[in-house]
Write a protein of this length. Structure first.
Length: 525
């Protein structure tokens, strides 16, 4: 115990130093935004601490910037229809924003607001919305990759610009370009997710309309897709270049039920410009995500989202074998608010075929947060349990390792040293708001191997060599913290820290503890 404390204390000192501007006056990656008490921090869903907890804010503050219903008519509750979180003026996927309120000059506060509604006809039915983002970020890694090595510093730049053209209420075209740059010390050969001279982030056309009480819509092109549990599908906003898919998406909605049907190919990233990013024919991700409103009234909003998906990857590695993998995901997500309790529960069964071998895996995540009835600091306490099965990778039998089709790994490690495969984690957390527009979340993650018959896996899916031969279960524990300062509706400052303490499984094959420290400033319009 004392040795663990001695390893943690240096990290606590770094957190205190890094957060000094916040204390002087200076996002949680919520998969479960608080629906009635949602704070404007939703707009900083970018790279947030945990996919669960989100500090509460009085409803009057949460709704003051809320835009009207999205571009075309949405019958299903907009916060749950799978078309992007719409709690606040700015969203992670910028096409989810609706700025028709800027048609009225009384709602504009400066010249940038004018860019949100540029009419192209006298009636204002044809109009363009412009958007942009600049993010400056610095990441520091001590013992990168859990090995004794010189520290690494990555200085990252993201630039994004988008245009949303509406041809009346039923037709739209959306385009978005991105640039990613990287510098620093000991960065090696950066991955394409960190650098790209010019990337077509999104480019799609969409039609939608109504037939009686039913809303129908279809979209085709490159697009961000988040209709599912955040631990399984996300834009990977922690990366400089976010994840985007290519293909078709269609939806049908009433006010109580919905269905979202899709057929995508993944994007193969390059680094030199728009010519080397392409739809990857060796992959596919298709299926249906549905939704049912279980409760929708003051004090209780609950949704059940069942899903059935299929992922094909022509070259996947398990153990020492690389082969074609076809994996099916069958599950459901139950999420929402019941009074002061926010919950986000997902369970899914995975089966399929890997090079002629059966796939049989399970994944679940159970997250819940409770807002204490205390005015000072607005505290929220929470705990989440994450499990991904493992086994079969090295014995030539059934593959039992769970995976996530389109999701990042920061829920398990900021440093990408772990992912959900063959992992069980418990993470209690606490969120406070010491000052208006400032949120601080801390959590402690304890991690074990789910199956002793399999290895421990890195964030990129590769195994820590030798761990499959060891007995034992302790993978490692993490102390994590994140602070967000929402300076203005457009400008935010975020700091993040993690101290990872390697467990016996990793230390016995010569892996060690590591620290991660990051800070970034984001400006959006």
């Amino acid at each position: 115990m004392n040795s663990a404390i001695s390893r943690i204390l240096p990290g606590i000192g770094l957190v205190a130093l890094f957060n000094w501007p916040i204390a002087a006056g200076a996002q949680t990656q919520p998969g479960t935004p608080t629906l009635e008490n949602a704070t404007i921090l939703v707009i900083a869903q970018t790279d947030q601490l945990s996919p669960r907890a989100l500090p509460s804010t009085p409803p009057s503050e949460a709704t003051q910037d809320r835009a009207p219903a999205n571009h075309s008519t949405r019958a299903y509750p907009p916060q749950a229809d799978g078309h992007g979180v719409k709690l606040g003026g700015y969203n992670k996927s910028r096409w989810a924003e609706d700025w028709r309120k800027m048609r009225d000059p009384a709602n504009r506060h400066d010249w940038i607001d004018r860019l949100k509604f540029l009419p192209l006809d006298a009636a204002g039915d044809i109009y363009v919305t412009l958007s942009g983002e600049m993010r400056l970020r610095s990441d520091f890694y001590a013992n990168p990759g859990l090995v004794e090595a010189p520290s690494r510093r990555e200085d990252l730049l993201r630039l994004m610009g988008g245009a949303d053209l509406h041809l009346g209420p039923n037709v739209r075209f959306y385009g978005e370009l991105a640039h990613g740059g990287i510098g620093g010390d000991n960065i090696g050969t950066p991955a394409a997710k960190s650098r790209n001279a010019l990337f077509v982030q999104q480019a799609f056309g969409e039609v939608s309309g109504t037939i009686g009480p039913v809303v129908l819509g279809a979209r085709y092109g490159r697009q961000e897709f988040t209709d599912g549990p955040s631990l399984l599908v996300s834009q990977k906003d922690n990366n400089t270049i976010r994840s985007a898919l290519n293909g078709f998406r269609g939806w049908v909605q009433t006010d109580r039920v919905r269905a979202d049907i899709f057929d995508f190919r993944y994007t193969q990233l390059g680094t030199g410009g728009t010519g080397d990013d392409r739809s990857d024919p060796a992959t596919s991700f298709s299926g249906i995500t549905a939704g049912v409103v279980l409760a929708s009234h003051k004090g209780r909003k609950l949704y059940l989202d069942p899903f059935a998906w299929r992922e094909r990857m022509d070259a996947v590695r398990w153990g020492k074998t690389t082969a074609r993998s076809v994996r099916h995901f069958y599950g459901a997500r139950l999420w929402g608010d019941v009074g002061r309790l926010t919950l986000d529960w997902t369970v899914d069964r995975q089966d399929g075929d890997f090079g002629g071998r059966d796939i049989s895996a399970w994944h679940f995540s159970l997250a819940q947060t409770y807002a204490l009835k205390v005015h000072a600091l607005s505290p929220e306490i929470g705990i989440h349990f994450d499990y991904g099965s493992g086994g079969g990778s090295y014995d030539g039998g059934t593959i039992r390792g769970a995976t996530a089709p389109v999701a990042g790994t920061i829920s398990y490690s900021y440093q990408s040293v772990l992912n959900i495969t063959n992992l069980f984690q418990i993470g209690p957390n606490v969120t406070i708001a010491p000052i208006k527009n400032i949120s601080v979340t801390t959590e402690y993650l304890l991690g074990w191997r789910a199956s002793a018959a399999d290895a421990v896996y890195r964030g990129n899916g590769s195994a820590y060599a030798g761990t499959e031969k060891l007995s034992g279960s302790h993978v490692g524990d993490s102390l994590r913290a994140q602070a967000t300062w929402k300076i203005t509706p457009r400008l935010s400052l975020i700091g993040r820290y993690e101290y990872f303490m390697a467990g016996s499984l990793l230390s016995r094959v010569n892996y060690t503890d590591s620290q991660y420290l990051a800070g970034w400033v984001s400006y959006r319009f």
